[in-house]
Design a protein around this ligand. Structure first.
Ligand code: PEP
Ligand code: MN
Length: 337
């Protein structure tokens, strides 16, 4: 249930309510909106205790949340969540682009790609140091060495680093180097991992599992938020359908649906969603037109030699051309790039 407090409720009164929630064995989650403060009371059957809170002076009204996800929902927070990392705002007016290789390969190559990405207007560099590969014989990533290269790329270009964590044991090392921690599609329902990244301070980009419904996706975000990390970015990256002409089917339906159900920022990854270089610009434009707050794009100067996902990687020149088109689309829907 959600307690909406009367305007101008003092900190002391809020503390009393929070204490009561904890005493009853529930978890309080506070959201400070522009006009009012709301407190999510999370726990099994919390609604049964509603009269206790109804009797409190500071509580204006109580709303039960019928959805299985609570903190993720628009009921909990009306305004869009905007995640700030120094000078960038994720989920604000500006659309943010993360570009980079699928895997971090060599330091020189990463620095070259980072320069290209920056030059074209990307604000973040993506690249995996821990790679979830279908084959155990395929390149598995450089591990911490790759994370160090990403940190060097950040130092050189000012781009923020987004990189994947694959298991609980890697959370410390990945959060040491990353600005945004990525949870891959295959780990969307790795609940132990979700709980662990819920305890760190860095923002998390959660990718949708390729067989997950939107509700399951939002439940996974709830795991992260309910463990204390409210800085979650949802990322649509394509789902499995019967269609074989593309690698996955990019489910752009999910963007307006999620925007209605949740306050969290939404990114789209057309590279994995489509899997074919040629179709990436069209789907990137479509993603921005339908409300995405950012994109994840794979780029590589020699895709034929890439350690992973070469066929879906744009050449730097193709990326810079695409960025010019994206800017026009962004402006046409009242956003910037
Ligand atoms: C990636 O971003 O490189 C990746 C492995 O993505 P996904 O988890 O969406 O397959
Ligand atoms: Mn990839």
């Amino acid at each position: 249930m959600i307690l909406t407090l009367k305007p101008n409720t003092s900190k002391k009164e809020i503390d009393v309510i929070v204490k009561k929630i904890e005493e009853l064995g529930f978890k309080p989650h506070i959201s400070r909106g522009k006009e009012v403060v709301v407190i999510g009371v999370v726990g099994q059957n919390a609604i049964l205790k509603k009269d206790i809170f109804g009797a409190m002076d500071a509580v204006a009204f109580i709303t039960p949340i019928s959805k299985p996800y609570k903190l993720v929902s628009r009921e909990f927070k009306k305004e869009n969540t905007v995640i700030k990392i120094n000078n960038i705002k994720i989920g604000g007016k500006e659309i943010l682009i993360a570009a980079g290789p699928c895997s971090v390969e060599t330091k020189e190559l990463l620095l070259e790609i980072a320069e290209d990405a920056k030059e074209s207007g990307a604000k973040m560099i993506r690249g995996g140091a821990f790679k979830p590969r279908t084959s155990p014989y395929a390149f598995q990533g450089l591990g911490e060495r790759g994370l160090k290269y990403l940190a060097e790329a950040r130092k050189k270009t000012g781009l923020y680093v987004i990189t994947e964590v694959m298991n609980v044991k890697q959370v410390d090392v990945v959060s040491k180097y990353a600005d945004i921690i990525q949870i891959g599609a295959r780990n969307m329902q790795n609940y132990d991992l979700l709980k662990e990244v819920g305890k760190v301070k860095k923002p998390v980009l959660l990718k949708r599992g390729f067989s997950a419904t939107i509700e399951e996706f939002l439940m996974s975000a709830e795991y992260i938020m309910s463990n204390g990390n409210y800085n979650v970015i949802l990322c649509e990256r394509g789902i499995r359908t019967f269609e074989t002409s593309t690698r996955f089917t990019l489910d752009l339906n999910a963007i307006p649906v999620i925007k209605k159900l949740s306050h969290l920022p939404v990114f789209v990854d057309p590279s994995h969603g489509v899997g074919v270089r040629e179709y990436i610009p069209a789907m990137s434009k479509a993603a921005i037109a339908c409300g995405a707050d950012g994109l994840l794009i794979e780029i590589h100067p020699h895709p034929e030699k890439a350690f992973s996902d070469g066929p879906q990687s744009l050449l730097p020149k193709q990326f810079s051309n695409m960025m010019k088109e994206l800017k026009l689309v962004a402006e046409s829907v009242g956003r910037g790039l």
